[in-house]
Write a protein that binds this ligand. Structure first.
Ligand code: ASP
Ligand code: MG
Length: 405
Protein backbone atom coordinates (compact mmCIF):
# COMPACT_ATOMS: atom_id res chain seq x y z
CA UNK A 1 0.00 0.00 0.00
CA UNK A 2 1.30 3.40 -0.99
CA UNK A 3 -0.35 6.72 -0.16
CA UNK A 4 0.18 10.45 -0.39
CA UNK A 5 -0.89 12.34 2.70
CA UNK A 6 -1.63 16.04 2.36
CA UNK A 7 -1.83 18.32 5.39
CA UNK A 8 -3.56 21.69 5.06
CA UNK A 9 -2.75 24.95 6.83
CA UNK A 10 -4.56 24.26 10.12
CA UNK A 11 -3.02 20.77 10.33
CA UNK A 12 0.44 22.37 10.35
CA UNK A 13 -0.60 25.70 11.89
CA UNK A 14 1.73 25.51 14.91
CA UNK A 15 4.69 23.45 16.12
CA UNK A 16 2.19 21.50 18.20
CA UNK A 17 0.14 20.69 15.12
CA UNK A 18 3.27 19.73 13.17
CA UNK A 19 4.13 17.27 15.95
CA UNK A 20 0.63 15.81 15.77
CA UNK A 21 0.96 15.52 11.99
CA UNK A 22 4.25 13.66 12.32
CA UNK A 23 2.49 11.17 14.61
CA UNK A 24 -0.21 10.55 12.00
CA UNK A 25 2.49 9.83 9.40
CA UNK A 26 4.30 7.54 11.83
CA UNK A 27 1.04 5.61 12.35
CA UNK A 28 0.85 4.82 8.62
CA UNK A 29 4.52 3.82 8.43
CA UNK A 30 4.02 1.47 11.37
CA UNK A 31 1.28 -0.23 9.37
CA UNK A 32 3.81 -0.87 6.60
CA UNK A 33 2.36 1.80 4.31
CA UNK A 34 4.69 3.72 1.98
CA UNK A 35 4.11 7.43 2.44
CA UNK A 36 4.88 10.68 0.66
CA UNK A 37 3.63 13.91 2.21
CA UNK A 38 2.49 17.23 0.75
CA UNK A 39 2.14 20.25 3.02
CA UNK A 40 0.50 23.67 2.90
CA UNK A 41 1.90 26.76 4.54
CA UNK A 42 1.05 27.28 8.22
CA UNK A 43 -2.49 28.73 8.35
CA UNK A 44 -2.48 32.48 7.73
CA UNK A 45 1.08 32.46 6.42
CA UNK A 46 0.30 32.89 2.70
CA UNK A 47 -1.91 35.88 3.51
CA UNK A 48 0.77 37.35 5.78
CA UNK A 49 3.38 37.10 3.01
CA UNK A 50 1.05 38.64 0.42
CA UNK A 51 0.24 41.52 2.77
CA UNK A 52 3.94 42.30 3.20
CA UNK A 53 4.38 42.46 -0.56
CA UNK A 54 1.40 44.82 -0.81
CA UNK A 55 3.06 47.09 1.73
CA UNK A 56 6.10 47.35 -0.48
CA UNK A 57 4.28 47.87 -3.74
CA UNK A 58 0.75 48.18 -5.10
CA UNK A 59 1.79 46.09 -8.10
CA UNK A 60 4.50 43.63 -7.06
CA UNK A 61 6.10 41.58 -9.82
CA UNK A 62 4.25 38.26 -10.25
CA UNK A 63 7.58 36.44 -10.39
CA UNK A 64 8.67 37.83 -7.04
CA UNK A 65 5.25 37.22 -5.47
CA UNK A 66 5.54 33.55 -6.37
CA UNK A 67 9.08 33.42 -4.98
CA UNK A 68 7.74 35.00 -1.80
CA UNK A 69 4.62 32.90 -1.15
CA UNK A 70 6.39 29.65 -2.03
CA UNK A 71 8.47 30.09 1.14
CA UNK A 72 5.41 29.38 3.31
CA UNK A 73 5.29 25.75 2.24
CA UNK A 74 9.08 25.42 2.46
CA UNK A 75 8.96 26.31 6.14
CA UNK A 76 6.41 23.62 6.96
CA UNK A 77 8.07 20.96 4.80
CA UNK A 78 11.43 21.46 6.52
CA UNK A 79 9.94 21.65 10.03
CA UNK A 80 7.90 18.50 9.47
CA UNK A 81 10.97 16.64 8.13
CA UNK A 82 12.92 17.76 11.22
CA UNK A 83 10.15 16.51 13.51
CA UNK A 84 9.93 13.17 11.66
CA UNK A 85 13.70 12.82 12.13
CA UNK A 86 13.15 13.38 15.87
CA UNK A 87 10.80 10.37 15.82
CA UNK A 88 13.55 8.29 14.24
CA UNK A 89 12.06 8.43 10.73
CA UNK A 90 14.18 9.27 7.70
CA UNK A 91 12.46 12.19 6.02
CA UNK A 92 13.58 14.72 3.41
CA UNK A 93 11.91 17.96 2.42
CA UNK A 94 11.62 18.81 -1.28
CA UNK A 95 10.56 22.05 -2.94
CA UNK A 96 8.10 21.69 -5.81
CA UNK A 97 10.92 21.91 -8.33
CA UNK A 98 13.05 19.40 -6.43
CA UNK A 99 10.11 17.01 -6.32
CA UNK A 100 9.84 17.19 -10.12
CA UNK A 101 6.87 19.55 -10.61
CA UNK A 102 7.16 21.53 -13.83
CA UNK A 103 4.48 24.02 -14.76
CA UNK A 104 3.60 26.56 -17.39
CA UNK A 105 5.06 29.98 -16.75
CA UNK A 106 1.93 31.91 -15.75
CA UNK A 107 2.66 33.06 -12.22
CA UNK A 108 0.06 32.72 -9.44
CA UNK A 109 -2.11 30.40 -11.54
CA UNK A 110 0.36 28.02 -13.14
CA UNK A 111 -0.86 24.73 -14.56
CA UNK A 112 1.08 21.55 -13.90
CA UNK A 113 2.76 20.17 -17.02
CA UNK A 114 4.60 17.21 -15.62
CA UNK A 115 5.54 15.55 -12.33
CA UNK A 116 8.77 13.54 -12.48
CA UNK A 117 8.96 11.98 -9.04
CA UNK A 118 10.67 8.60 -9.61
CA UNK A 119 13.40 9.66 -7.17
CA UNK A 120 10.75 10.05 -4.46
CA UNK A 121 9.53 6.48 -4.99
CA UNK A 122 13.08 5.30 -4.24
CA UNK A 123 12.82 6.91 -0.80
CA UNK A 124 9.33 5.59 -0.18
CA UNK A 125 10.15 1.95 -0.81
CA UNK A 126 12.93 2.23 1.77
CA UNK A 127 10.43 3.45 4.36
CA UNK A 128 11.69 7.03 4.07
CA UNK A 129 9.31 9.98 3.80
CA UNK A 130 9.60 12.68 1.14
CA UNK A 131 7.90 15.85 2.40
CA UNK A 132 6.95 18.00 -0.59
CA UNK A 133 5.91 21.64 -0.61
CA UNK A 134 2.41 21.97 -2.02
CA UNK A 135 1.15 24.70 -4.34
CA UNK A 136 4.31 25.16 -6.39
CA UNK A 137 6.64 24.07 -9.14
CA UNK A 138 9.12 25.58 -11.56
CA UNK A 139 8.61 26.68 -15.14
CA UNK A 140 10.85 25.67 -18.04
CA UNK A 141 13.25 28.53 -17.28
CA UNK A 142 13.52 27.41 -13.64
CA UNK A 143 11.42 30.25 -12.16
CA UNK A 144 9.34 29.35 -9.11
CA UNK A 145 5.64 29.27 -9.97
CA UNK A 146 2.55 28.73 -7.80
CA UNK A 147 -0.73 27.02 -8.66
CA UNK A 148 -3.27 29.46 -7.21
CA UNK A 149 -4.80 29.67 -3.75
CA UNK A 150 -5.63 26.29 -2.27
CA UNK A 151 -3.28 24.69 -4.80
CA UNK A 152 -1.71 22.21 -2.39
CA UNK A 153 -4.70 19.91 -2.87
CA UNK A 154 -3.89 19.79 -6.57
CA UNK A 155 -0.20 19.18 -5.84
CA UNK A 156 -1.14 16.27 -3.61
CA UNK A 157 -3.35 14.57 -6.17
CA UNK A 158 -0.77 15.15 -8.92
CA UNK A 159 1.94 13.63 -6.74
CA UNK A 160 -0.29 10.67 -5.87
CA UNK A 161 -0.76 10.01 -9.59
CA UNK A 162 2.98 10.41 -10.27
CA UNK A 163 4.11 7.97 -7.55
CA UNK A 164 1.24 5.58 -8.39
CA UNK A 165 -0.28 5.80 -4.94
CA UNK A 166 -3.37 3.81 -4.03
CA UNK A 167 -5.04 6.82 -2.44
CA UNK A 168 -4.52 10.48 -1.65
CA UNK A 169 -5.42 11.27 1.97
CA UNK A 170 -6.26 14.95 2.39
CA UNK A 171 -6.15 16.04 6.03
CA UNK A 172 -8.01 19.19 6.96
CA UNK A 173 -9.98 20.64 9.88
CA UNK A 174 -13.38 19.20 8.99
CA UNK A 175 -14.48 15.57 9.33
CA UNK A 176 -15.54 15.22 5.72
CA UNK A 177 -18.27 16.28 3.31
CA UNK A 178 -21.72 16.78 4.82
CA UNK A 179 -25.14 16.37 3.23
CA UNK A 180 -25.41 20.12 3.69
CA UNK A 181 -23.81 22.92 5.67
CA UNK A 182 -24.19 21.94 9.36
CA UNK A 183 -24.26 25.65 10.27
CA UNK A 184 -27.62 25.89 8.48
CA UNK A 185 -28.95 22.39 9.20
CA UNK A 186 -27.66 20.80 12.42
CA UNK A 187 -29.05 17.45 11.25
CA UNK A 188 -26.61 17.37 8.31
CA UNK A 189 -24.87 14.01 8.12
CA UNK A 190 -21.30 13.23 7.14
CA UNK A 191 -21.16 11.19 3.95
CA UNK A 192 -18.95 8.10 4.00
CA UNK A 193 -18.40 8.15 0.27
CA UNK A 194 -19.26 10.20 -2.79
CA UNK A 195 -18.32 10.06 -6.45
CA UNK A 196 -15.84 12.37 -8.16
CA UNK A 197 -18.69 13.97 -10.10
CA UNK A 198 -20.65 14.78 -6.97
CA UNK A 199 -17.54 16.13 -5.25
CA UNK A 200 -16.89 18.33 -8.26
CA UNK A 201 -20.36 19.83 -7.92
CA UNK A 202 -19.94 20.38 -4.17
CA UNK A 203 -16.48 21.92 -4.67
CA UNK A 204 -17.55 24.28 -7.43
CA UNK A 205 -20.54 25.37 -5.34
CA UNK A 206 -18.20 26.75 -2.76
CA UNK A 207 -17.67 23.85 -0.37
CA UNK A 208 -14.18 25.23 0.19
CA UNK A 209 -12.69 21.98 1.49
CA UNK A 210 -11.01 20.92 -1.77
CA UNK A 211 -9.67 22.95 -4.65
CA UNK A 212 -11.90 22.16 -7.66
CA UNK A 213 -8.86 21.49 -9.84
CA UNK A 214 -7.72 18.74 -7.51
CA UNK A 215 -11.04 16.93 -7.91
CA UNK A 216 -10.89 17.26 -11.71
CA UNK A 217 -7.42 15.76 -11.65
CA UNK A 218 -8.47 12.93 -9.33
CA UNK A 219 -11.40 12.13 -11.62
CA UNK A 220 -9.26 12.17 -14.75
CA UNK A 221 -6.72 9.73 -13.30
CA UNK A 222 -9.13 7.85 -11.03
CA UNK A 223 -7.14 8.67 -7.89
CA UNK A 224 -9.37 8.11 -4.83
CA UNK A 225 -9.27 10.88 -2.22
CA UNK A 226 -9.92 10.33 1.46
CA UNK A 227 -10.90 13.68 2.91
CA UNK A 228 -10.55 13.64 6.69
CA UNK A 229 -9.65 15.61 9.79
CA UNK A 230 -6.20 15.67 11.34
CA UNK A 231 -7.80 16.56 14.67
CA UNK A 232 -9.35 13.12 15.27
CA UNK A 233 -9.06 9.59 13.92
CA UNK A 234 -12.60 9.37 12.55
CA UNK A 235 -13.01 8.08 8.99
CA UNK A 236 -13.75 10.95 6.65
CA UNK A 237 -15.41 11.00 3.24
CA UNK A 238 -14.04 8.83 0.43
CA UNK A 239 -14.22 10.39 -3.01
CA UNK A 240 -13.94 7.80 -5.75
CA UNK A 241 -15.41 6.32 -8.89
CA UNK A 242 -19.16 5.81 -8.86
CA UNK A 243 -20.11 2.38 -7.61
CA UNK A 244 -22.79 1.13 -9.98
CA UNK A 245 -23.90 -1.67 -7.65
CA UNK A 246 -24.79 0.71 -4.92
CA UNK A 247 -28.44 1.47 -4.23
CA UNK A 248 -28.55 5.24 -4.48
CA UNK A 249 -30.75 7.75 -2.70
CA UNK A 250 -32.49 10.31 -4.90
CA UNK A 251 -29.92 12.93 -3.97
CA UNK A 252 -26.73 12.97 -1.90
CA UNK A 253 -26.73 16.53 -0.64
CA UNK A 254 -27.89 20.13 -0.80
CA UNK A 255 -25.41 22.89 -1.54
CA UNK A 256 -25.70 26.64 -1.84
CA UNK A 257 -23.67 29.67 -2.81
CA UNK A 258 -24.38 33.23 -1.76
CA UNK A 259 -21.61 34.71 -3.87
CA UNK A 260 -23.96 35.35 -6.78
CA UNK A 261 -25.40 38.26 -8.71
CA UNK A 262 -27.82 38.34 -11.61
CA UNK A 263 -27.76 40.69 -14.60
CA UNK A 264 -30.18 41.10 -17.49
CA UNK A 265 -29.92 42.91 -20.80
CA UNK A 266 -33.43 43.60 -22.00
CA UNK A 267 -34.73 44.21 -25.48
CA UNK A 268 -31.76 43.13 -27.55
CA UNK A 269 -32.52 43.11 -31.29
CA UNK A 270 -32.55 39.34 -31.88
CA UNK A 271 -30.06 38.24 -34.49
CA UNK A 272 -27.27 35.65 -34.84
CA UNK A 273 -24.19 36.51 -32.79
CA UNK A 274 -25.76 38.38 -29.86
CA UNK A 275 -24.70 35.82 -27.26
CA UNK A 276 -21.17 35.90 -28.63
CA UNK A 277 -21.07 39.70 -28.51
CA UNK A 278 -22.15 39.70 -24.86
CA UNK A 279 -20.12 36.79 -23.52
CA UNK A 280 -16.98 37.58 -25.51
CA UNK A 281 -16.26 40.85 -23.66
CA UNK A 282 -17.41 39.31 -20.34
CA UNK A 283 -14.92 36.46 -20.73
CA UNK A 284 -12.17 38.88 -21.73
CA UNK A 285 -12.80 40.76 -18.49
CA UNK A 286 -12.11 37.46 -16.67
CA UNK A 287 -15.65 37.27 -15.30
CA UNK A 288 -17.02 33.77 -14.77
CA UNK A 289 -20.54 33.39 -16.09
CA UNK A 290 -22.64 30.62 -14.62
CA UNK A 291 -26.39 30.21 -15.15
CA UNK A 292 -27.59 31.66 -18.48
CA UNK A 293 -31.17 32.14 -19.64
CA UNK A 294 -32.17 33.63 -22.99
CA UNK A 295 -35.84 34.36 -23.55
CA UNK A 296 -37.75 33.33 -26.64
CA UNK A 297 -37.74 36.44 -28.78
CA UNK A 298 -40.90 38.41 -29.22
CA UNK A 299 -41.32 41.01 -31.97
CA UNK A 300 -37.67 40.50 -32.84
CA UNK A 301 -36.39 41.37 -29.35
CA UNK A 302 -34.94 39.09 -26.69
CA UNK A 303 -33.70 39.29 -23.07
CA UNK A 304 -30.52 37.69 -21.83
CA UNK A 305 -30.05 36.96 -18.11
CA UNK A 306 -27.03 35.40 -16.43
CA UNK A 307 -25.29 35.10 -13.09
CA UNK A 308 -21.77 36.19 -12.14
CA UNK A 309 -19.80 36.08 -8.88
CA UNK A 310 -21.01 38.90 -6.64
CA UNK A 311 -17.61 40.57 -6.47
CA UNK A 312 -17.74 40.95 -10.26
CA UNK A 313 -21.20 42.52 -10.18
CA UNK A 314 -20.12 46.17 -10.48
CA UNK A 315 -17.64 45.43 -13.25
CA UNK A 316 -20.26 43.41 -15.13
CA UNK A 317 -22.84 46.20 -14.89
CA UNK A 318 -20.36 48.76 -16.24
CA UNK A 319 -19.47 46.44 -19.10
CA UNK A 320 -23.13 45.73 -19.93
CA UNK A 321 -24.04 49.42 -19.86
CA UNK A 322 -21.64 50.05 -22.70
CA UNK A 323 -22.68 46.86 -24.54
CA UNK A 324 -26.29 47.94 -24.22
CA UNK A 325 -25.52 51.06 -26.22
CA UNK A 326 -23.46 49.32 -28.90
CA UNK A 327 -26.02 46.51 -29.31
CA UNK A 328 -28.99 48.87 -29.36
CA UNK A 329 -30.60 47.03 -26.45
CA UNK A 330 -33.27 48.69 -24.30
CA UNK A 331 -31.92 48.46 -20.76
CA UNK A 332 -29.70 46.66 -18.27
CA UNK A 333 -30.90 45.42 -14.89
CA UNK A 334 -28.94 43.93 -12.04
CA UNK A 335 -29.60 42.26 -8.71
CA UNK A 336 -26.83 41.37 -6.28
CA UNK A 337 -29.04 39.81 -3.60
CA UNK A 338 -29.56 36.44 -5.25
CA UNK A 339 -28.11 33.05 -4.32
CA UNK A 340 -27.92 29.57 -5.76
CA UNK A 341 -29.27 26.42 -4.14
CA UNK A 342 -28.55 23.02 -5.66
CA UNK A 343 -29.48 19.44 -5.05
CA UNK A 344 -26.69 17.05 -6.04
CA UNK A 345 -26.55 13.33 -6.52
CA UNK A 346 -25.75 10.58 -9.02
CA UNK A 347 -29.03 8.96 -7.92
CA UNK A 348 -30.82 11.47 -10.18
CA UNK A 349 -29.80 9.37 -13.14
CA UNK A 350 -31.96 6.48 -12.01
CA UNK A 351 -34.78 8.26 -10.13
CA UNK A 352 -37.38 10.27 -12.00
CA UNK A 353 -39.21 13.31 -10.69
CA UNK A 354 -36.32 14.60 -8.58
CA UNK A 355 -36.42 18.10 -10.08
CA UNK A 356 -40.21 18.24 -9.75
CA UNK A 357 -39.93 17.29 -6.09
CA UNK A 358 -37.47 20.13 -5.57
CA UNK A 359 -39.80 22.64 -7.21
CA UNK A 360 -42.75 21.35 -5.13
CA UNK A 361 -40.82 21.78 -1.90
CA UNK A 362 -39.85 25.35 -2.79
CA UNK A 363 -43.40 26.18 -3.87
CA UNK A 364 -44.76 24.92 -0.55
CA UNK A 365 -42.44 27.36 1.20
CA UNK A 366 -43.57 30.12 -1.14
CA UNK A 367 -40.06 30.61 -2.48
CA UNK A 368 -39.93 32.11 -5.95
CA UNK A 369 -37.52 30.44 -8.38
CA UNK A 370 -35.84 32.98 -10.67
CA UNK A 371 -33.69 30.71 -12.84
CA UNK A 372 -33.18 26.97 -13.20
CA UNK A 373 -30.31 24.97 -14.60
CA UNK A 374 -29.58 21.27 -14.53
CA UNK A 375 -26.79 18.83 -15.20
CA UNK A 376 -26.82 15.04 -15.07
CA UNK A 377 -26.17 15.03 -11.35
CA UNK A 378 -27.42 18.45 -10.22
CA UNK A 379 -30.43 20.76 -10.25
CA UNK A 380 -29.69 24.39 -9.42
CA UNK A 381 -32.14 27.20 -8.78
CA UNK A 382 -31.40 30.90 -8.41
CA UNK A 383 -33.51 32.56 -5.73
CA UNK A 384 -33.56 35.57 -3.42
CA UNK A 385 -30.70 35.31 -0.96
CA UNK A 386 -32.95 35.71 2.08
CA UNK A 387 -34.52 32.32 1.31
CA UNK A 388 -31.27 30.31 1.33
CA UNK A 389 -31.65 28.87 4.84
CA UNK A 390 -35.30 28.00 4.42
CA UNK A 391 -34.68 26.39 1.01
CA UNK A 392 -31.70 24.38 2.24
CA UNK A 393 -33.49 23.11 5.34
CA UNK A 394 -36.71 22.16 3.62
CA UNK A 395 -34.93 20.37 0.78
CA UNK A 396 -32.65 18.53 3.20
CA UNK A 397 -35.72 17.40 5.11
CA UNK A 398 -37.87 16.53 2.11
CA UNK A 399 -35.20 14.36 0.52
CA UNK A 400 -34.68 12.47 3.77
CA UNK A 401 -31.07 13.44 4.33
CA UNK A 402 -31.39 14.30 8.02
CA UNK A 403 -29.23 12.31 10.41
CA UNK A 404 -31.16 10.03 12.76
CA UNK A 405 -31.15 10.83 16.46
N1 ASP B 1 -0.72 28.10 1.02
C1 ASP B 1 -1.49 28.23 -0.18
C2 ASP B 1 -2.77 28.98 0.11
O1 ASP B 1 -3.03 29.41 1.16
C3 ASP B 1 -1.76 26.93 -0.83
C4 ASP B 1 -2.58 25.95 -0.01
O2 ASP B 1 -2.62 26.03 1.20
O3 ASP B 1 -3.18 25.06 -0.59
O4 ASP B 1 -3.56 29.17 -0.75
MG1 MG C 1 -6.69 24.33 1.41
Amino acid sequence: MRIVQKFGGTSVGSLERIRATAKIIQGELNNGVEVAVVVSAMSGETNRLLAMAQEMSSAPSPRELDALVATGEQVTAALLAIELNELGISAYSFSGGQAGFTTEGNHAKARIKDVKSEHLIQHMIKGEVPVVTGFQGVDEAGNITTLGRGGSDTSAVALAVAVQADCCDIYTDVDGIYTTDPRIEPKAAKMDSISYEEMLEFASLGAKVLQTRSVELAMRYDMPIHLRSSFNLIQGTRVSKEDSNMERAEISGVAYNRDEAKVTIKGIPDQPGIAASVFGPVAEADINVDVIVQNVSEDGFTDLTFTVPRHDFAATMTLLDSLCVSMHAKEVRGDNTVAKVSIIGVGMRSHTGVAKKMFDVLAQENINIQMITTSEVKVTVVLEEKYVELAVRSLHQAFGLAQEG
